[in-house]
Design a protein around this ligand. Structure first.
Ligand code: 13P
Length: 363
């Protein structure tokens, strides 16, 4: 019979739970600004900006310069290592700028995806070596939560049993290490939207993946009340010809989560996964209005769907900085309404011209 020795003290559990609940308190979600240097290259290239450390800093500053309107919308910001140690033009550290607003700082702690040999292009995520020490340092440097992303693709034979079990295990192992260092893990098992699969297939695979993830979390004695889940919404593949309403997406998403995610989990914060900004907000709103019981807060942890119009407004020009910051604030406000089911929607829903989808997206 398996046995659990004490992993965390009551005080450690209390801190983890309170931190997690603060990040997703009512009306709040997460800004994922943790694009790696390589991912930023793709982002900046879209608007003709060179991928230098200074340009990355400038763009992050546009987001972090947002005024107090974001305090009621954003509970946490996920940083990339480089950003954690950068400063504003005025010399204030980005960490201080965020924390002074009562917003918690998170950090991407995985080191990206690597191939699983012998599979049909599947991956696992690396970065466990030295993770404990890195978490301890990040905590000292002001971070209180940590994100780890795993990626799986939906295909006729994917994700394989190996990809599901390997990714579930690595997510749980990361969660365990983070909690030992007092960092709330935000675990992200992402199913990519690439493919022609329909909504039902995405729901089925999402259920299989989340079941494996929570089995592994149990095996690793992870304290669920001190964790956040960052899942994909259940959506049809980009190549699927059938169209679904936001209510269909909401019902499939919530059905999958209710079947697999324990109510003890402190909150669910969806990734946007290449949906347009408007699409992601409308779907989040529909999820919160879905007529099924919801044991967790259902909010956003968007990267592209919080930053796309800010990036387009900026285009690397100093004179556009204020307008770009306003665009970010607008999306933060919209998603704050959507995570309470109060967003009435704009008229450009599913505006594919501004879609931010890129196939096999890597972060
Ligand atoms: P998107 O919202 O752009 O999918 O990114 C979220 C994220 O943090 C991926 O790791």
């Amino acid at each position: 019979m398996t046995h659990q020795f004490t992993a965390l003290t009551e005080a450690q559990k209390k801190e983890l739970h309170e931190t997690a609940m603060r990040i997703v308190s009512p009306g709040k979600g997460i800004l994922a600004a943790d694009e790696s240097v390589g991912s930023m290259a793709k982002r900046l290239a879209q608007v003709g900006v060179e991928n230098t450390e200074e340009n990355r800093r400038q763009f992050r500053q546009i987001l972090f310069n947002a005024d107090d309107r974001i305090i009621s919308c954003i509970g946490g910001v996920i940083f990339f290592h480089e950003t954690l140690y950068q400063h504003s033009d005025g010399g204030v550290s980005f960490v201080k700028m965020i924390r002074d607003r009562g917003i918690l700082v998170g950090i991407k702690v995985d080191k990206g995806v690597v191939p699983l040999a012998g599979t049909c292009g599947e991956t696992t995520t690396q970065g466990l070596d030295g993770l404990s020490e890195r978490c301890a340092q990040y905590k000292k440097d002001g971070a209180s939560f940590a994100k780890w992303r795993c990626v799986m693709k939906i295909g006729d034979a994917n994700p394989s049993k190996l990809a599901i079990s390997e990714n579930a295990n690595v997510l749980a192992r990361c969660a365990s290490i983070c909690q030992q260092q007092g960092m709330v893990p935000i675990i992200e098992p992402e199913l990519l939207p690439d493919g022609e699969h329909d909504l039902k297939r995405c729901q089925y695979i999402t259920e299989k993946v989340l079941t494996a993830v929570y089995q592994a979390m149990s095996d690793h004695h992870v304290y669920l009340e001190g964790t956040l889940l960052k899942p994909n919404m259940v959506t049809p593949g980009h190549g699927c010809s059938k169209k679904y309403s936001p209510e269909d997406v909401a019902m499939a998403t919530l059905t999958a989560l209710r079947r697999t995610v324990p109510p003890a989990v402190a909150g669910v914060a969806f990734l946007s996964g290449g949906q347009s900004e408007e699409e992601a907000s409308v779907h989040l709103n529909a999820i919160n209005n879905c007529p099924l019981a919801k044991p967790w807060t259902l909010t956003f942890s968007f990267g592209r769907a919080l930053q796309a119009s800010a990036l387009r407004a900026w285009r690397g020009h100093k004179e556009n900085e204020k307008a770009a910051t306003e665009q970010f604030i607008r999306r933060a406000e919209v998603n704050s309404l959507a995570c309470r089911g109060k967003y009435k929607g704009a008229d450009n829903y599913a505006d594919s011209a501004h879609g931010v989808y890129g196939s096999c997206y890597s972060y």
